[in-house]
Design a protein around this ligand. Sequence first.
Ligand code: NI
Length: 182
Amino acid sequence: MTIKNIRLFGDTVLTKKADEVRDFDKELQQLVKDLTETMLEAPGVGLAAPQIGVSLRVFTYCVEEDKPGHLINPILQLSENRQDGDEGCLSIPGLAFNTDRSYGVIARGKNMYGEDVVIEGSELLARCIQHETDHLDGILFVDRLDTETRKLAMKSIREAEWFGLEKPIVKVSPHDTFGLSI
Ligand code: NI
């Protein structure tokens, strides 16, 4: 088991655009394994490689229990209809805010063996895929909030006990974000 430290808001790797994966090698397969294990242990429903300090376009997700998946070099096609709902992030522990997202998504990319993959999802899976793909572009969910909510979010972040630390001292209960840490 390789559980990696999850990088927190303020770490520059989280605001950087991640690189395309070109080599579908053993190292990449290990990265997918580490991401999956770290996500499940957290627990979270998604985790992007920059969140463990690797600036590559890779993320894992686990929306249906015990069925983790991953996607590499994703390209998204978003539905026009929208969804509302609380969203959290493992890099911003303990906080969740209402975040507007597309209701559905078709995500095209590769698996860790370099094969073409298409994932079609709605509701939480679609939210998760949009959130993780944002991570690969250096965008955090707080960047997607409306002005008022974003102000509130930034205040909460500055006041959070983990802010400015490398990792949280206290393990945050998954219930704080209603299991929506992605
Ligand atoms: Ni996140």
